[in-house]
Design a protein around this ligand. Sequence first.
Ligand SMILES: [Zn+2]
Length: 133
Amino acid sequence: MSRIEPSMSPDTAFFWEGVAQGRLLVQRCGGCDALRHPPRPMCPACNSLAWDPYETTGRGQVYSFVMPRHPRYPGFDDPHIAVLVELEEGLRLVSNLGEVEPEDVTIGMPVEVFYATFEGGIVLPQFRPAAPT
Ligand SMILES: [Zn+2]
């Protein structure tokens, strides 16, 4: 499968460097410690420009999901599952859900991140049902 290479900017480079190391990083505000994702320069809570990377557990639950049918997306399975994951840290992020049959997906289902390598060596964080703890 192929995927479009993610765009990288000074604000998002840390996220993709983390993915390359198998770490799911978000921003932690240097002013008020609030976590935020997706990456952006300024804290929406206190307007601080200071932040540092914070490593999440990569675990969370399905907040919502959809299976786009039309138009087809090149490089994606049909159907594929676009998922909004709520991480344990309370942040939400959009990804894809794999290693599960579409009819088995439920809201609130525990999921964990994994890192999938696509054509051209592109590595993207994806989610799958969480292994029992
Ligand atoms: Zn802040």
